[in-house]
Design a protein. Sequence first.
Lengths: 397, 261
Amino acid sequence: MSRRILGLGAFLALGVALWFLPLAREAADFPIFYLIFLYQMFFWIAQATSWNILTGYSGYFSFGQAAFFGVGVYTSAILVARYDMNFFLSVPVGGVMSMLLALVMGFVAFRLRALRGEVFALLTLAVTFVLAALARLSSFIDGGQGRAIAIPEYPEFLGEYADFIFRLGLAIAVIAVATAYGIQNSKFGRGLFAIHDDEDVAEALGAPTFRYKMIVLGLSGLLAGAAGAIHSLQISYVTIEETFSFSIPLFVILMSTLGGRQHWLGPVIGAAVVFTVQDRLAGLGYGDLSQILLGAVLILSILFMPEGLYLRIRSRLRLTLLIFGLALLVQLLFDLGGTVLTKLVWAMLAVFIVLVVPTRLLSRVPWVRPAPPARGGLAPIPEPAAVVKEKEKEMRT
Amino acid sequence: MSSVSDIRGTPGAAHPDGPVTAILETQDIRMEFSGVHALDGVTLSIGRGEIVGLVGPNGSGKSTLINVLTGMFVPSGGRVRFEGSDITGEPPHAVSGLGLARTYQIPRPFESMTVQENVAFACMFRSKGLGLSDAMDAARTYLEFTGLSRVAHSVPSQINLHQRKFLELARALATEPKLLMLDEVLSGLNAGEIDESVEMIRKIHGSGVTLVVVEHLMRVVTELASRMIVLNSGRLLAEGPPGEVMRDPEVVKAYLGKEHA
């Protein structure tokens, strides 16, 4: 229990510290680019987390992330541009609109038992296409020309534009991750994991599965929509092709799967790694290479790291830190060039290569003794206090 | 499991010579799957405190009947009453909350949870559900009862069939049922394990739970059950004390074919 409170405290402290990061911009000549970069990372963390509480936790595979995201984007864009609505109000409204869409989808899909499994996935995909077509046809929404978005007025304490968007992104990422954390550590979360494993049995043992699926789908839509509404500012010119793009579901699937779908930290780590690698390689002019690389990373991790980066890192923590440190050190010592971020990208890739090696192979390396692969699924069972104390004693001696 | 044993003292419990109060009644249950009549008008009654053996050849509708009674299937016709109230069409989680539980013939544990978490899940979602950590504590009682304490922290894929069957039982008991339906809980077990299970079933019954035992192994059912219900092609074929029912020529015919009748 105390470990949980400690973790929660650390999480909140990190959030607060990041909130004041823009101050470093003036104090230490911190480039604005980093703030925008971090904003985009937060955006992906929010999207991946939104997807993961639905698909990772409950097992209902969704290709509909772009639909939820897009409804948020367009709701905010239309309300602000057409009806002069306060931008800050348009964010929750965008989220709610997206949630309503999710609930309608859920009501149809979950009422009909036939719509389980892949049929649900196809339904979410179909809804995305229908929405894109609707936006293209209706000049009220878009009409095919795209929609420009002006930066709204906002209170001064939020700083310059970069500070402002950074803080908005931080807020939505913290809310999304806190939601995922809260769900995982609740009865509701256990219900979702049970639905993932065997929905009929969960229902037979007393879990109200229909209600649970509706709630989690609604929450997923709400988070994706709100993050989308915020993102409409960053893209400043909204187009149908970019909004209802298939790359959004693909990226959240990639991020969550790489990071680990059955833990709240999985999509956070996955989003941070995938976004950094993809953005930096594209920045270096290796856009195509990054696509191939990410594809390979996905295949390798499905095959050899099904529990995801998070659980793998936890079971090989020292090795991870060692390789990460070494990779950074080598780059610094030999002055291989590149910015801090590119150095991080190479270090991440080095760590990935070490992590993806199966435990069986790794244990043949003489001086490495990897822990057995971590169990997927639920958070670890809280150990009785006596056992923990004994373990601490062992570690001291 | 103090709360289960309370049932014994409640008014309406079976009297030695008075009429037995029904805990579960069905009336003309029909279940049709795209033209096939899996159940074709089943009317039966389970008395409080009974052990009823539900038998019948493969495909006779036993499993379908359990699915209808627990709310997993909504019947095409007929009514189900549990403790006097109509539960036809109620969702399974509501039926479970009223005190009607089942086990699965092929164990269906939650594979991503440990044995203890599996049982704790049932403690969380029963009618007076517990919180996360209380449920983990409460689960220990049921693990001890079924002899699974040693494997509490294993995941289901690490335990053997016998233990998986008992996990089914522990999880069903953790819902604090008034009526428990055991779907072939003994199939696939060896002789020693069967004896152990029979002992356990008797203990469960002794704590005040009404039991419906679906079973292929005739020897065991006749030994356990106070009454037998025989299904054949979705219809009630015979009903009565085990000895009598097993001599019924119709039943013998359904089981062994015509030449033995």
